[in-house]
Write a protein of this length. Structure first.
Length: 181
């Protein structure tokens, strides 16, 4: 059985959890989030904790979802209480980002035209110098938005590492072709 799935989820003060069959909704200071969970894993609220469980002698697909469901619910609780943030940094000569709206940025990253990226409505984009911060309550959407922004101009491994990378990401610069003398 999953060790992660066995851990109870602590619900902090100010966060409300509603369980209705397989759907769960969490309301907190940062906002509301609700999801439909896969079948086979049961979860119930006991005072300020949520406990996930599966029946004995469950099939392998259900056992595989045990830790997943617990992690999804935990991420919903953390997102509604604190929110999630993912940072990106833009490295390169002349590369920059400008904020146009709370969920819209304009990137100048070496193309002949500026690239305008509009994030989903629940995501907030903040630009500070050469850094872009993606914030929201759904961890999955925050990560996907950060990945889509990074995909606009990924770091170059054979030149100087210029491009968009995650904060703290180490880009290994590879050696180019050697000329035989």
């Amino acid at each position: 059985m999953s060790r992660i799935g066995k851990k109870p989820i602590t619900v902090p003060k100010g966060v409300e959890v509603k369980i209705d069959g397989l759907s769960i909704s969490v309301k907190g200071p940062k906002g509301n989030i609700s999801k439909e969970m896969p079948e086979g894993v049961t979860f119930k609220q006991e005072e300020d904790k949520i406990v996930c469980s599966i029946p004995e002698n469950s099939s392998k697909p259900i056992r595989a979802r045990f830790g997943l469901v617990r992690s999804l619910i935990n991420n919903m609780v953390i997102g509604a209480h604190e929110g999630f943030t993912r940072g990106l940094e833009i490295i390169g000569v002349g590369y920059k980002a400008q904020s146009q709206a709370p969920n819209k940025i304009q990137l100048n990253v070496g193309y002949s035209h500026p690239v305008v990226y509009e994030a989903p409505q629940e995501i907030t984009l903040k630009v500070e110098g050469n850094k872009v911060f993606v914030a929201g309550i759904d961890k999955e959407v925050v990560g996907q938005t950060a990945a889509e922004i990074r995909k606009i101009r990924p770091p170059k491994h054979y030149k100087d590492g210029a491009g968009i990378r995650y904060l703290g990401e180490q880009v290994r610069i590879k050696v180019g072709k050697k000329l035989a003398a």
